[in-house]
Design a protein around this ligand. Structure first.
Ligand code: SF4
Length: 234
């Protein structure tokens, strides 16, 4: 199947003010007027800087093999750790998804830090992190809808650099997608540019299940995904 790329409306990724305040560690009942009003203001302004683009590509069953913690796709071997490998064992297809807020959003965050305003920089950065995850949620839901139409189930999404999957495998990941897919490029150290981007795989199959991340098995303490999952579950 060819890769699908689309623009995502800001309304689909707009974060709630309370979510941003919680992510920054102020708690949902924060009465700090300054934080609240600036967060509301920057969420509104973020619409002028985010160009949200996402896409996905499905790899069907005859090209994939999953065994012994390895995923083989079109002769490329991915080394997944036990957390991800366990969730993918029953999958017969894999979706690769990516989303980005675009370079202008990175520039908007950076200009705050450059002019010595880390307070607004931190808020804009947190808004971006939440927005790009919302964009990934949206693309994940499109993949889920496609798979449901053919009576298949899907797993949670798993990203290079998380859940025991080494970020260096990002190069292999992007080698299976069209060049500069969604406008994303990789640095030599496998970091995505624009920075506010997410890449992930989703397992698909009749016997797949969508389960929470297995954070109790993981040593990554300050994980954005872990905090986000806890916020969703509470
Ligand atoms: S803490 Fe949870 S979400 Fe984060 S990397 Fe570990 S398993 Fe994945």
């Amino acid at each position: 199947m060819s890769a699908v790329e689309l623009k995502i409306d800001f309304d689909k990724v707009r974060p709630a003010t309370n979510t941003i305040i919680e992510c920054m560690g102020y708690g949902s009942n924060s009465n700090q007027e300054l934080v609240l009003s600036n967060t509301e203001e920057l969420i509104k302004e973020s619409e002028n800087h985010a160009k949200v683009i996402g896409g996905y590509k499905l790899f069907e069953d005859n090209s994939i093999k999953i065994e012994s913690g390895k995923l083989e796709l079109i002769k490329i071997s991915f080394h997944l750790d036990k957390i991800i490998a366990k969730q993918l064992t029953k999958c017969t297809s894999i979706a690769f998804i990516v989303v980005t807020l675009g370079k202008k959003y990175d520039d908007w965050i950076n200009q705050y830090f450059k002019r010595g305003d880390p307070f607004h920089g931190y808020i804009a950065d947190t808004i971006g992190s939440e927005m790009v995850e919302n964009a990934a949620d949206y693309i994940e839901s499109l993949v889920e809808n496609e798979t449901k139409k053919i009576n298949l189930n899907s797993t949670n999404r798993y990203s290079p650099g998380y859940c025991g999957w080494n970020v260096s495998e990002q190069h292999k990941f992007f080698s299976l997608l069209p060049q500069k897919f969604c406008g994303i490029e990789l640095s030599d150290s496998a970091l995505m540019n624009p920075v506010k981007s997410v890449s992930a795989i989703i397992g698909i199959g009749k016997d797949c299940e969508k389960k929470d991340y297995q954070c109790s098995l993981c040593s990554m303490e300050n994980c954005y995904k872990r905090n986000r999952q806890e916020n969703i579950n509470n």
